[in-house]
Ligand binder design. Sequence first.
Ligand code: 6CS
Length: 293
Amino acid sequence: MPFAFRSALRRGRRSLLAAALGASAALILPLAGTASAAESTLDRLKAQGFARIAIANEPPYTQITPDGKVTGAGPELAREVLKRLGVPDLQASVSEYGAMIPGLQARRFDLVDAGLFMKPERCRAVAYSEPDLCDAEAFAVKKGNPKHLVTYADLKADGVKVGVPGGGSEERLSLQAGAPRDRVIVAPDGQSGLKMLEDGRIDAYSLPTLSIRDLLQKAGDAGLEIVTPIKDAPISCAGAAFNKQDADLRDAYDRVLADMKKSGDFAKIIEPFGFPAEAAMVTTREQLCGGKN
Ligand code: 6CS
């Protein structure tokens, strides 16, 4: 092949290549552009300076104070871990427990740290951190517990009605124990649940022990009492929950959480809210999820 041609070819090939490269450069550029799409969620949170967190306003797990401050064991712990990861702030939105996982999947929130207990079906839907907040289940009942409700199985008894949070563990535990659907009543929040009990519309209101204790203490109604632990329900542990695609963020979160558990900072944050740090340190995500998460 004559030199000129070869060179032209080469030129041609080069221009082809350049064109291709150009094209591929053009390709690479958007890819590079999209590389930003691959920017990690942690990078995005650092850049925006805050993380969006879902809470249920169920003290001591999560609480919005009258002056609008977001607190409770979950947000205080998440705030400290995220701060150590370079994300200085949290922005909270109140959500029902049943809407938290769909909200994570739809990226309406960046994380949940509201005491969303680890259950295998939830572990299949989101990426959990290692355990943080552990608690038993409880009932609020009328003084003297007139219907002798001490287990979820007791809720099967004729005419017994129980109040539960929508999409929460207590709803699932009541139905799994055989309580008929039409006698498992969703209460939008703790105050409404107690009001339904006081008005005799339900015979028991079920939430975790620390939440029922907080509600009764604030209600100061001598006509109500707590039943805990509910013997046919496990001790449950929650963790911070993330979108399944944010395993990197979850892993980074876990590294800081592990350091804080070792240093005692974890206990310093959650124990003033009534949560035993030890309980979250003698179990693992794998055990609670019944396998890898
Ligand atoms: O994870 C749950 O479903 C439950 N956790 C808390 C802290 N409160 C109620 C809710 O049902």
